[in-house]
Each structure stands twice: as C-alpha cells, then as structure tokens.
Design a protein around this ligand. Sequence first.
Ligand SMILES: [Fe+2]
Length: 136
Amino acid sequence: MYKMNPDYLIGIELMDEQHQVLFGLMEKAQALLKDENILYKYDDLTNILSGLKDYTQKHFSEEIQLMESVNYPEIEAHKLAHQVFTDKINAFGIDFEKISLGTQDKMILEVLDYLVDWLKTHILDCDKKVHIFMNK
Ligand SMILES: [Fe+2]
C-alpha cells in the first residue's frame, strides 16, 4: 500500500532515496497493525518511532543543505514545516506511554494517517516545489 511508486518521486535523486526510508517505516507500521501474533505492540511501535526520529534528523538537515546550496527562496517556511513534523513525532512518543492493548491499534493508525498526510501535503507539494525551482 505504501510502496514507493513513480508518483511519489520528486526528481531529486538524494531526496527520493531518503524518502524511500519513510516508505519502509510506513510499511512496517502497517504490517504491525495487521499482525495478530503480536499481543503487545508497544516495543515495535517504539522502534518504528525511533526509526522515524533518526530518519528525519538526517534527512531534514540534508534537504535544507540542498536548499541552501541553490538559494531556495521558501527555505524558512520549509524549515518550519519540518519542525511541525518533528514536534508531532515527539508528541506521539509521549502518547505511546499511555498505550494499552485496547488502544494500540488506534495509535498505530493515527501515526499512519499522519504519515500519509505528510506524504501528500509535504513530499508531493513542498518538496516537489524545490525540484521545480531547481529546474527553472
Ligand atoms: Fe521537506
């Protein structure tokens, strides 16, 4: 469902490669949601979240470096969007502390919904604009 497909490519190789990592994490979250053999999913969910944190730290800073190198005009707004995402991922970590057997699947869905939304609003729009700018 969340496999990388050509629609999600923005045309900048480094960024497309890094976005692939996000798809991998989304696939993991989806597999975890469907897995009926794992009773308590807290550890796996926490692993996915720490993967997201590691990924965004590296990816966002490289993306911003690229924008700086081409004098991209909307860099401040882009940085702000990255900060909102980072804050949300940290907030999920706090929510996870209250997780229970009855709420864990709802929590995984919430994370997935947020990542799908991010994919549509950020990667397919804001990140793509960088490519358009670079090819003007
Ligand atoms: Fe971005």
